[in-house]
Design a protein around this ligand. Structure first.
Ligand code: RB5
Length: 153
């Protein structure tokens, strides 16, 4: 079965880095599902987190990349969807560990924070690194079980 495309979405703060990472994804041989935004015009990052979460939920993609200015807002927004494990990464090491330990299915990056080489390094590590499983699988399962804990705190 052919590999599903990598979904990618950003607000205006991540638009320029998204454009660069789409080229990198293609250079690495991946299909890309570009979910916008498509210009530097100001938009709201929760809308793009929702669009990417939908693409993962309906099976168009299994892995995604999201960007806003800092990566913070869009990662908070994306992690409100129970099937999303978005990791805000700042270098190749954090991206690798997000896969090995957290089975992150979404890489979050700050378009106004990271230089292009650092961002490409994050992307390569995120795509190339498998989940380690073992004790980490138990912890990831607890994430899925803790979607709404308000009544227990
Ligand atoms: C938009 O100006 C900016 O607030 C947004 O891209 C992001 O950094 C929010 O977390």
């Amino acid at each position: 079965m052919p590999e599903k495309p990598i979904a990618i979405a950003s607000d205006h703060g991540g638009f320029e880095l998204k454009t660069l990472l789409i080229e990198e994804l293609k250079a690495l041989g991946h299909q890309v599902l570009d979910l916008g935004c498509h210009s530097l015009d100001s938009v709201d990052y929760p809308d793009y987190a929702a669009t990417l979460a939908a693409a993962l939920a309906d099976g168009r993609s299994d892995r995604g990349v999201i960007l806003c200015g800092t990566g913070i807002g869009i990662s908070i927004a994306a992690n409100r969807y129970a099937h999303v494990r978005a990791a805000l990464c700042h270098n190749g090491l954090t991206a690798r560990l997000a896969r090995q330990h957290n089975d992150a299915n979404v890489l979050a990056l700050g378009g106004r924070i990271l230089g292009s080489e650092l961002a490409k390094d994050c992307l390569r590590e995120f795509l190339a690194t498998p989940f380690e499983g073992g004790r980490h699988a138990r912890r990831v399962a607890k994430l899925a079980a803790s979607v709404d804990q308000r009544e227990k705190v």
